[in-house]
Design a protein. Sequence first.
Length: 331
Amino acid sequence: MLTNSIILVTGGTGSFGNTFIPMTLKKYNPKKIIIYSRDEMKQWEMAKKFQNEDRIRFFIGDVRDRERLHRALDGVDYVVHAAATKIVPTAEYNPFECIKTNINGAMNIIDACIDKGVKRCVALSTDKASQPVNLYGATKLCSDKVFIAGNSYTGGRTRFAVVRYGNVMGSRGSVIPFFLDTAKTGKLTITDKRMTRFMISLEQGVELVWHAFEDMEGGEIYVKKIPSMNICDIATAVDEKAEQIEIGIRPGEKLHEQMIGVEDAHFTYEYSEHFKIIPQICEWGQAEKMIKGGKQVADGFSYTSDNNTEWMTILQLRKWIEENKDKVGNI
């Protein structure tokens, strides 16, 4: 589907974009990939990595700027919406700015995609959007809702879907690079030793987006099946000799993360490698086309990091860190 197409990635200089772009160039050979973001320095650094790649274009712009999006989306076939204000404390201290980017920006993307005749758009979500307890999660829940509802405006010409996954291992601002840095002091701070988190690699996230593009009818939320880990095990995998100091849970932080709540069980279907939440209101399409052989989950089902059936071991994470040490914190 993506072969010989034009793809635009919002927030394309971030962790996701730095993995999606080389993987997609190699697998699909698109005609062009446009990186749309507002940080000129990150674009400058990224351009050096692709200086001999004539299929890459860079476009300075903000998802808050609807006119700029209209210009950037000329001739674009597919969009991946990865731009977001996503650091939890930053969102809490700058709520107006978070809302402008994560909600207003999402609406701008939807309007521009429809106006410019984009075929399909996949938006990246987060486990924090399921029963959110912080502003970042709340804005991403709103974003998910507007992307799903966006399908009702298009008459099937443009399709929108969402992918949702948990903690991306080794990405900038995540716990693994933080532990690697602070382990030098011989001490690792743990907010709560009971805490669990979902674990996913960026490569798995990219593959989920590819699957969404191929499979989507419009309005689905795709949830990757991924393992969980206890926070103390993550710390041990980084440095088993460091002292672990419990400091208490932070404002806006969950003890366990959730990607599917019990309220969504009636609309959730299971597949070999993922779950799919179909929209509760689907006036633009047929649910049967979305289900595609999936098995409806049991009533009362939820998918949380503490009730997971799959767990990553300390040795597995330690091996992953060793194999990706040059990328951790830089993606």
